[in-house]
Design a protein. Structure first.
Length: 277
């Protein structure tokens, strides 16, 4: 009972932070998601460097570099384009330069493993957060919030349906508990939520029409599942259960945002194409 209460309380705090970040202006967005990104980079590096001790300086450079790229890109975005400006490119270039120089003076770690871990953390944490910034700018805060809501509803639907009738394994090699029944259950829950958005809350969630929301909800179901499976694959490959212990009852930040890291890519691609049709 205590574990359930702890997990529920942590989940509610997390949801409150996400709502605050998406609905209370650019400053709240940058601060909250910047802190989440910093922790996500740390946890990804921890997973990738499981076999050897992390280098404090390279870890710090990766965190500062990732957050700086996220912030500088966000500040340069406009609602009508996704132009990567000189300032954003300078931030990326500066990070790559300092990261390479620091690695030259690290005698105690394998450079290929260290640089590989940095590349994975940038590719699968920082880049999705940059795309999330773009989604926030072009789609508005309610579109980003809708993506989170779809992820949460999908997780709930998949868990409930999978627990009750799940038999056929979805991806047993990586996640033995996931089932096809749970996957389609989450999709049905999401489609119902999309219809509610498109009919009853269309003045609030006005980026897409009813058909757009339904299609997006299906896309999010697929990409959220892939994101969850990808992180599970990384954790399983190094023999860890959770990415961290920051969130009592949930594990680490990555365990909460693993679905998001792929969802934002799918959402940005779909919305960019759909709004031009």
């Amino acid at each position: 009972m205590k574990e359930i209460l702890t997990r529920t309380a942590t989940g509610l705090i997390y949801i409150a932070l996400i709502i605050t970040a998406t609905m209370y202006g650019p400053l709240a967005f940058l601060i909250i998601f910047g802190l989440i990104l910093a922790q996500a980079i740390y946890e990804m590096l921890r997973i990738c460097n499981k076999s050897e001790k992390q280098n404090f300086l390279t870890t710090l450079i990766d965190i500062i570099g990732g957050v700086s790229i996220f912030v500088s890109t966000f500040l340069q975005l406009s609602p009508n384009s996704f132009n990567i400006t000189v300032n954003a490119l300078l931030t990326v270039g500066s990070y790559l330069l300092f990261r390479a120089i620091i690695q030259l003076y690290d005698k105690n770690h394998n450079p290929i493993k260290q640089l590989g871990a940095s590349a994975i953390s940038m590719l699968f944490t920082t880049l999705p957060f940059v795309l999330m910034s773009y989604l926030y700018v072009i789609g508005g805060n309610t579109t980003l919030l809708a993506c989170f809501i779809f992820i949460w509803i999908n997780d709930t639907g998949a868990f409930c349906v999978g627990s009750m009738i799940g038999k056929k394994r979805l991806f047993e090699r990586i996640s033995p508990k996931k089932s096809w029944e749970g996957f389609f259950g989450g999709m049905v829950f999401n489609v119902v939520a999309a219809v509610i958005f498109g009919i009853y809350f269309k003045s609030t969630f006005n980026t897409l029409d009813l058909y757009g929301w339904v299609i997006l909800s299906i896309i999010i179901t697929v990409f959220a599942t892939w994101g969850d499976l990808f992180e599970s694959m990384l954790k399983r490959s190094v023999g860890v259960k959770d990415s961290g212990n920051l969130l009592p009852g949930h594990g680490g930040i990555l365990d909460r945002i693993d679905s998001l890291l792929m969802v934002v890519s799918g959402a940005v691609i779909f919305i960019s194409i759909y709004n031009r049709i």
